[in-house]
Design a protein around this ligand. Structure first.
Ligand code: C2E
Ligand code: MG
Ligand code: MG
Length: 699
């Protein structure tokens, strides 16, 4: 698209001169509007909005000055180039022309060529002026959006120019002819000094500078000083300060910092901040004096939340954090953090001994011994405190913190508030052994020990053949302890004799009840410890007493012994086993395959049954070699005419494989887990019913 020709309005009452000028301008490519006097020119200007106006001075109705003034007063005419044609050498007319707002003047009778060039120049100059106006407008807009203003001062610091943004930002500073020192004094004193220093530096070397400063009113400013060469009246360099209000940015940064480092609920430092503080403390630490780190865990929070809801819980946490804060003598060099939920952490530089750390923990427990109350809620918290000491319990902040945390978690089941020092895994195991051993004494008397029963099934018909009695120990604080963990302790401490005897009596008693109640040929298997076997006479007596007391036939009892026990069995032991077998009691080799009995030895042992260790069964799913091993074990059993029971059957595929390869019986989670007396009772009732139905069907 071609650009439309620029439009020129020319007013002259001299019709000939008008025609000549019109023709010349048209030939130069302009669109020309002609007016015979000033008032016609004003009308045409309003209608056509020409880019340039040429006015003769002397015209009827309205002269050129008048017309110029009228056009200038309109919005469209405010900046339009207006050329006034005066008579040659009429100096007064020139002055009047400028007074009435003319852009320029020319003398009447100027040649057509010159007039054309004059108009072209005026248009070019107008266009670049317009472009400048637009770009200044854009700059102003951008500055306003970014809240950046500029402030120009001379080399002595006096204001030369202030942009509107700066004016609205700092109204009282920029109202009168001000000095940079006034800005400096409106800043916080330290920042004011920084600005003046930077300004002096600029005066000396013209070095640009930037600084962030805060005004006494709290507004944050970013000030960037640059040199603008040769712009004051004397041609000296001036200083332009770009001034930006960064309060919003600062607030957002502060908020982000708060969110990242502080707990929103309590306002306390959070875990990240705690670790940072501890890391820096350890890094700058010049002494090897120990440092205590404590983690507190509140107990009772969950209960509070369930009964009174989250709001009460939050309120209780806030109150409690204040109480703990008071109790721990929070001071310089200490950090108290809320890790979330009911967990808090604390470290203090002066806390340099376990005794001091323990006293901090006791203070916290003491303040929490009193119920914390609020509007509509009362919280009774216990606190479990884990204490670690740097450097013995960890070199770095994270390890220390984690160790304190796990230590605090350990005390969570205690019935009262307590603190505990960190113990390494080895120490912990030793401590647990001590705990377990002391708890095991009297466990039977307190009724914490019971038996679970895992049924043994015929793999072909899935009928219950027998049950294995498995010891269970449930301690009120230590929870349920696995027999693999406590039986070795019972053995070491000698308690196994009493426990083993109790198991025999209890298992026989229960089996006798089930047999008579359900009319089943059920056998009961009892695990016997190597320690029991070391005193064979006692074992035999115990067994006989258990059978006698329960009325259980000897053929319904099976004793499970491990291969390793048998290998070490001395003559007296073997004799006892033979004696037991002669009574009709059967002997099973438990965990078969994990020991080292040779075939020759196995053949001579007084055993009736091999219990194939769980590991062979579970390997079945994993590799093919395992199938061959199992087949070999089953082959040995069959060659020695021993019964086989597979342990730990967990999948139908394992069961199917064992059945196909001639294993007669099995135990495992697939068939049934170890069950309580009641649960086993239910299972037996059910299986008796099934057997009855199937036999009546067969009949
Ligand atoms: P065990 O005699 O070989 O008993 C079998 C163990 O395997 C039991 O563990 C049982 O719960 C577990 N088990 C059974 N089926 C499966 C299964 O499908 N998958 C898996 N993963 N495990 C299965 P428990 O009750 O923890 O007993 C562990 C060991 O403690 C017993 O091994 C036994 O050696 C000993 N023990 C248990 N009760 C007594 C007891 O009264 N006296 C003695 N001296 N030792 C006992
Ligand atoms: Mg067993
Ligand atoms: Mg076993």
């Amino acid at each position: 698209m071609t650009k439309p020709a620029p439009r020129v309005l020319i007013a002259d009452d001299d019709a000939v001169a008008l025609l000549v000028a019109q023709a010349a301008l048209e030939s130069a490519g302009f669109e020309v509007l002609g007016a015979e006097n000033g008032s016609v020119a004003v009308t045409l200007f309003a209608e056509h909005n020409p880019e340039c106006v040429i006015l003769d001075v002397m015209m009827p109705e309205m002269n050129g000055f008048e017309a110029c003034r009228t056009i200038r007063a309109t919005a469209a005419g405010a900046n339009a180039p207006i050329l006034i044609m005066t008579s040659r050498d009429d100096v007064e007319a020139v002055a009047r022309a400028y007074d009435s707002g003319a852009t320029d003047f020319t003398s009447k009778g100027i040649s057509s060529r010159l007039l054309i060039e004059r108009v072209r120049f005026l248009l070019r100059e107008y266009q670049s002026r317009q472009a400048l106006v637009v770009s200044r407008g854009r700059l102003r807009m951008v500055q306003k959006m970014a809240q950046i203003g500029h402030w120009e001062v001379d080399s002595a610091g006096h204001t030369l120019h202030v942009s509107s943004v700066v004016r609205s930002l700092l109204p009282e500073l920029t109202a009168a002819r001000s000095h940079l020192a006034q800005l400096a004094s409106a800043l916080r004193s330290r920042d004011g000094r920084k600005l003046l220093e930077a300004f002096r530096g600029w005066q000396a070397s013209r070095a640009p500078f930037q600084l962030e400063a805060e005004m006494r009113t709290g507004t944050s400013l970013h000030i960037h000083g640059t040199v603008t060469p040769g712009t004051d009246t004397a041609g000296n360099a001036t200083l332009t300060l770009a001034v930006q209000d960064i309060s919003t940015l600062r607030r957002a940064q502060q908020r982000a910092y708060r969110l990242a480092n502080f707990d929103a609920l309590t306002g306390l430092p959070n875990q990240a901040q705690f670790l940072d503080a501890l890391t820096s403390e350890l890094r700058i630490r010049k002494t090897s004096e120990p440092l205590g780190v404590l983690v507190f865990r509140l107990r009772g929070l969950e209960r509070l939340q369930q009964s009174l809801g989250q709001a009460a819980c939050d309120a209780a946490l806030v109150s409690t954090s204040r109480l703990i804060l008071d109790a721990i003598a929070h001071e310089a060099g200490s950090t108290f953090a809320h890790l979330g939920g009911g967990e808090f952490a604390f470290c203090r530089i002066g806390c340099n001994s376990p005794a001091l750390a323990a006293s901090v923990a006791r203070n916290v427990a003491r303040v929490l011994a009193v119920p914390v109350t609020g509007e509509g809620w009362t919280a009774n918290f216990l606190v479990s405190t884990g204490i670690v000491m740097w450097p013995s319990d960890g070199q770095d902040a994270y390890t220390l913190f984690e160790n304190a945390r796990t230590t605090a978690a350990r005390g969570m089941s205690a019935a009262e508030s307590r603190h505990e020092f960190f113990a390494s895994e080895v120490q912990q195991r030793a401590l647990r052994l001590i705990d377990l051993e002391s708890a095991l004494h009297g466990a039977m008397a307190r009724g914490e020990v019971s038996l679970a029963y895992q049924p043994r099934f015929g793999l072909a018909d899935r009928a219950v053949r027998g049950v294995e009695a498995l010891l269970r120990w449930n301690h009120p604080e230590l929870g349920s302890v696995s027999p693999s963990e406590f039986i070795p302790i019972a053995e070491e401490s000698g308690l196994i004799m009493a426990i083993g005897s109790w198991v025999l009596h209890e298992a026989c008693r229960q089996a006798a009840i089930w047999r008579s109640k359900h009319g089943l040929q059920l056998t009961i298997s009892v695990n016997v410890s190597a320690y029991q076997l070391r005193v064979p006479r006692t074992l035999v007596e115990d067994v006989l007493a258990a059978l006698r007391c329960s009325g259980l036939p000897a053929s319904a009892l099976e004793l499970e012994l491990t291969e390793s026990m048998m290998i070490n069995a001395a003559g007296e032991t073997l004799a006892a086993l033979h004696e037991l077998r002669s009574l009709g009691i059967s002997i099973a080799l438990d965990d078969f395959g994990t020991g080292y009995s040779s075939l020759g030895y196995l053949r001579r042992l007084p055993v009736d049954c091999l219990k194939i260790d769980r590991s062979f069964v579970s390997d079945l799913s994993a590799d093919e070699g395992a199938e061959r091993v199992l087949q070999a074990i089953l082959g040995i059993a069959s060659a020695l005419e021993l019964r086989t029971v597979a342990e730990g059957i967990e999948t139908p595929a394992q069961l199917e494989f064992l059945r196909r390869h001639g294993c007669l019986e099995g135990q495992g989670f697939l068939l049934a887990r170890p069950l309580s007396t009641d649960a086993l009772e239910a299972l037996l009732t059910e299986s008796v019913a099934i057997t009855a139905t199937s036999s009546s069907n067969a009949a």
